[in-house]
Write a protein that binds this ligand. Structure first.
Ligand SMILES: [Fe+2]
Ligand SMILES: [Fe+2]
Length: 307
């Protein structure tokens, strides 16, 4: 039995894995959400302005049913209480301890169980992001952020449904912005009927700082806490807010941000194009890149990480 299977076995029995995969959610794989983000925010360098407009107009028509259903579930179930409860559970980091490489192995396994050709995609996405950052001469900790930014998707390993792992993140406990994708789906969220939660500032105060704001639960918040002690602050912001599109693309929650957040969001904005637009057909192989990344990981991270 290979290392990867042992790893998965330790956490879930095979029949549980299959059950989790089947009932997991409407997306065929986790990448489908990111592909959809790309439809909303197309690469400005590869499309002309007219086409970009057209794409925006057609967004609602072209979105896949599975993706729409995914957002419906995400918006319905990401309540304030749900977020607080998930943080209390996962941020204890008492589930598992393993080398980062085991987590990557699992991510590759996770992406798509129906197509064996696609199962390198998750690692490919991470490497394409990190290599694009490296090629542009950014600091090595940012290259590391590229490599690990989606590692929180291992939440699926613990049986979390897709809507609690991926998707645009947004503040909970205050009014939903109509700049969040499919804002109409929030009407089915129990928090929608809570007057306090639906006021502009909700349970927060003006410019209180995002560190005091609960974001919807998913892979961003999880990996941020995992890396808190190891990576410079701008990198931590990139990890924590990379899916917060309604702010880093739409500026919808400026009223909750303090000066430091504004400063740090320059880094979040710098990171986003590497996440979305770094697909590279001539990507070097993992075998070739391995020595560099092993050294980089060893420089910043402990031998094993707590999950
Ligand atoms: Fe991500
Ligand atoms: Fe990503």
């Amino acid at each position: 039995m290979n290392e990867q299977l042992i790893l998965i076995e330790n956490l879930m029995k095979p029949n549980q894995i299959n059950a989790a995969k089947e009932s997991n959610g409407p997306l065929q794989n986790l990448d489908e959400w990111e592909d959809d983000v790309l439809n909303r925010y197309p690469d400005p360098s590869v499309i002309n302005q007219d086409k970009k407009e057209e794409k925006f107009r057609n967004y609602e028509e072209t979105v896949k049913d599975g993706v729409k259903e995914f957002y419906r579930l995400n918006h319905q179930y990401q309540t304030f209480d749900f977020v607080v409860q998930k943080k209390a559970d996962y941020l204890r980091f008492d589930k598992k301890e393993m080398p980062i490489w085991n987590a990557f192995d699992f991510l590759n396994e996770l992406v798509d169980d129906s197509d064996p050709d696609i199962d390198l995609d998750q690692m490919q996405h991470l490497l394409q992001t990190s290599e694009a950052i490296r090629n542009d001469g950014h600091p090595d900790w940012m290259v590391l952020v590229g490599l690990i930014h989606d590692m929180g998707k291992v939440l699926c390993l613990f049986g979390e449904p897709q809507w609690a792992v991926v998707g645009d993140t947004f503040p909970v406990g205050c009014a939903y912005s109509d700049k969040i994708v499919y804002p109409e789906f929030f009407k089915d969220n129990p928090d929608f009927n809570n007057k306090t939660y639906q006021s502009k500032l909700g349970v927060y105060t003006e410019n209180c700082g995002l560190d005091n704001v609960h974001m919807s639960w998913g892979h961003d918040e999880y990996v941020y806490h995992m890396m808190k002690d190891y990576i410079p602050e701008p990198g931590l912001y990139m990890l924590r807010y990379h899916s917060f599109y309604s702010q880093h693309r739409e500026n919808a929650y400026t009223h909750l941000m303090n000066e430091k957040d504004h400063d740090m969001f320059k880094w979040v904005k710098l990171f986003n194009p590497y996440d979305l637009y770094s697909k590279n057909p001539n990507q070097k192989s993992w075998e070739e890149l391995k020595p560099y990344y092993q050294e980089l990981v060893a420089k910043y991270l402990p031998v094993t990480l707590k999950f």
